[in-house]
Ligand binder design. Structure first.
Ligand SMILES: Cc1cc2nc3c(=O)[nH]c(=O)nc-3n(C[C@H](O)[C@H](O)[C@H](O)COP(=O)(O)OP(=O)(O)OC[C@H]3O[C@@H](n4cnc5c(N)ncnc54)[C@H](O)[C@@H]3O)c2cc1C
Length: 443
């Protein structure tokens, strides 16, 4: 009943691409880059690939191949027109990539978060940026708690349709009045006959306009009535049915990643059936924690990809652009910041795939807090390294860094997202201060 094409597909793509990657191709790329600074020639990877497993390299090559059908001009247009990249989502869904980290028994590929991370990194690195990543991101990680805690019926109903792209999903946690204080969230799901009635407001919900499903975190017991603040929240997988009363949403105008929508979502006695509850009532926070470390790894990968993409563009421009009779990259004032940004990305890359490996090890040998520290640290370091790379890439381009057609301005706008979401830099520093350094909790 379920398809499991990713492993086989990735294998066949790997063979196909190895055959095509002749030295003549890479020579042509280098020669072209020397003669024209308006060149749109294919870029080579600057990221050091040593240390990745065969499976990860296979995923990288296969995703890169799909992304090559979506050039920078596609993403420039989508960004300018604020138009959803639905063809991109469909291309990944067609070959089962949205199920990369979902169990094979549900039609997924059964690979780990390490492979999902390199998939997300390859997407942003292709030039798709955060827009490309955010178009599919929630389908990859928000389905993790559902796959682990959902009933057989829930899984059979939803997961195959998410993997094959029929349905898109979004993740509804953040609220305007509680922000990072997730345990205080106020959206209430009140029990009714046959289900729940939801009232409240969510904010910054990515892809809500195009999603049919939402993984929703809502309060089922008022905060005043619970013993611990981590209790009383429940997780649901709900339909976003615009024809039903009580649901409204409004797009937020934003700085970057404009191809994908971000929204305020309003619930006013919106009715949902009882079987939308995932796992036990009031245990939603524990359930959602399952997906949070995975999400940090994916975000770290997305940030890295963006940073490498920016740096590749900067290096190419610095080789090609001639001022004062020589390439600008011959000036150490241009070259050194880029070299420094490269090393920061490489260090963050090690932290990222170390964290993903710990997450995937899943054999109980690694304490949960060690996984949390590694995943949060990776997200922090990768986001900072990406910001450094993107900012320096714009500066290395001089005035052209500000022009849309050179892409680095788009990357700079987008690279702020991993610094802010899903958890801010400050909250990660708070977490490490408390959990690793044993300092008094500051919030
Ligand atoms: C592009 C984008 C997409 C998003 N997509 C989604 C989505 O799909 N689903 C979803 O649920 N959410 C989404 N979010 C929301 C995102 O997760 C939140 O914006 C983020 O968690 C920060 O919350 P906040 O904006 O409420 O910040 P606030 O909680 O208001 O914090 C504001 C600032 O104060 C700092 N701060 C607050 N308290 C402390 C403290 N005690 N110590 C130190 N510093 C502190 C924070 O670090 C932050 O810098 C998205 C956000 C963006 C920008």
């Amino acid at each position: 009943m379920f398809r499991t094409p990713v492993r086989q597909y990735a294998r066949s793509q790997w063979t196909f691409l190895s055959r095509r990657a002749s030295p003549a191709v890479s020579n042509r790329v280098l020669v072209t880059s020397q003669v024209s600074y308006f060149s749109t020639s294919r870029r080579r990877d600057i990221m050091e690939m040593t240390g990745f497993t065969d499976e990860q390299l296979t995923v990288h090559e296969a995703i890169k191949h799909i992304c090559s059908n979506f050039p920078n001009t596609y993403w420039q247009e989508r960004d300018q027109q604020e138009k959803d990249p639905k063809e991109f989502h469909a291309a990944l869904a067609k070959d089962g990539w949205l199920g990369i980290a979902l169990p094979e028994s549900l039609g997924g590929a059964g690979l780990g978060i390490s492979e999902a991370t390199i998939m997300m990194q390859t997407i942003t690195q292709s030039g798709a940026g955060m827009a490309g990543a955010q178009a599919i991101h929630a389908n990859v990680y928000a389905t993790q708690p559902l796959a682990k805690f959902g009933t057989k019926e829930q899984l059979e109903m939803t997961i195959p349709n998410i993997i094959n792209g029929t349905w898109r999903t979004c993740f509804g946690v953040t609220e305007p009045n509680t922000g990072l204080e997730t345990l205080k969230l106020k959206t209430l799901a009140t029990k009714t006959q046959g289900g729940y009635s939801v009232s409240g407001q969510k904010i910054w919900i990515t892809c809500a306009q195009v999603a049919s499903k939402m993984i929703l975190l809502a309060r089922t017991t008022p905060l005043e009535e619970v013993k611990k603040s981590s209790e009383g929240l429940s997780l649901f997988c709900i339909d976003l049915d615009r024809n039903q009363p009580g649901l409204d949403m409004r797009k937020i105008k934003k700085m970057g990643g404009r191809a994908v929508d971000a929204n305020e979502v309003f619930f006013d006695n919106y009715k949902i059936p009882a079987d939308t509850l995932i796992g036990e009532e009031n245990q939603g926070f524990k359930i959602i924690l399952h997906g949070m470390n995975a999400e940090r790894c994916l975000l770290a990968g997305e940030a890295l990809g963006l940073g490498y993409a920016a740096l590749e563009k900067a290096a190419q421009y610095a080789r090609d652009r001639v001022v004062f009779g020589r390439p600008i990259g011959q000036n150490q004032g241009v070259a050194h910041p880029l070299a420094d940004a490269y090393m920061k990305l490489e260090a963050a890359k090690l932290a990222t795939y170390h964290a993903a490996r710990l997450y995937d090890s899943n054999d109980g040998a690694v304490p949960f807090h060690a996984v949390g520290v590694a995943c949060n640290s990776a997200k922090y370091l990768a986001a900072e390294a990406a910001f450094t790379a993107c900012e320096r890439a714009v500066l290395a381009h001089g005035g052209m860094g500000y022009a849309m057609e050179y892409d680095v301005e788009r990357y700079l706008r987008e690279c702020l997202v991993p610094r802010i979401a899903p958890v801010s830099r400050e909250m990660i520093l708070n977490y490490v201060s408390e959990k690793v350094l044993n300092l008094p909790r500051s919030y």
